[in-house]
Design a protein around this ligand. Structure first.
Ligand code: MN
Length: 149
């Protein structure tokens, strides 16, 4: 057994990782998107509260997202998504909505499966997403028989 290799924390990559976007970055962008829609901008304490994370790690992530060009600072207010940040956030939002729909149509209350949905939303390729969406449409007109349990 090799013991010399340095243990490296596995980084959870999303399906669209080309730009180095991790699953957790996508969740941050999604959250900032929601905050922006409800109050026009986001700040570190709002994001930390919404994601139930501490302010220090939230602030580090916000800086990183800024450097990557996903958000820009609004003096005295907080920050807002750039068009690129918006694009990623909307993509995840769309996946989340479609999966919630699909779960519901499969007889799985989406509220009881939030952690499944929160995970899967990051791992669908565009092609799988389109197919899943088609499946949801199909199930809407051809409902599955009720599960016996
Ligand atoms: Mn998620």
């Amino acid at each position: 057994m090799k013991s010399s290799s340095t243990p490296e924390a596995p980084r959870k990559r999303s399906a669209h990782d080309r730009a180095g976007v991790t699953e957790s970055m996508e969740d941050y962008l999604e959250c900032i998107f929601d905050l922006e829609n409800s109050k026009g901008y986001a700040c570190v304490s709002d994001v930390a509260e919404a994601l139930r994370l501490n302010r220090a790690s939230t602030s580090i992530m916000v800086k990183r997202l800024g450097k990557l060009g996903f958000l820009r600072y609004e003096p005295y207010r907080g920050f807002a998504l750039t068009p690129e940040g918006c694009r990623v956030a909307e993509k995840i939002r769309k996946r989340h909505a479609m999966l919630a729909d699909l779960f519901q149509l499969m007889g799985l209350a989406h509220r009881d499966h939030l952690s499944d949905i929160e995970g899967i939303e990051h791992h669908l390729s565009d092609r799988a997403f389109r197919r899943f969406a088609e499946l949801a449409e199909h199930l809407r007109t051809h409902p599955l028989p009720r599960s016996s349990r």
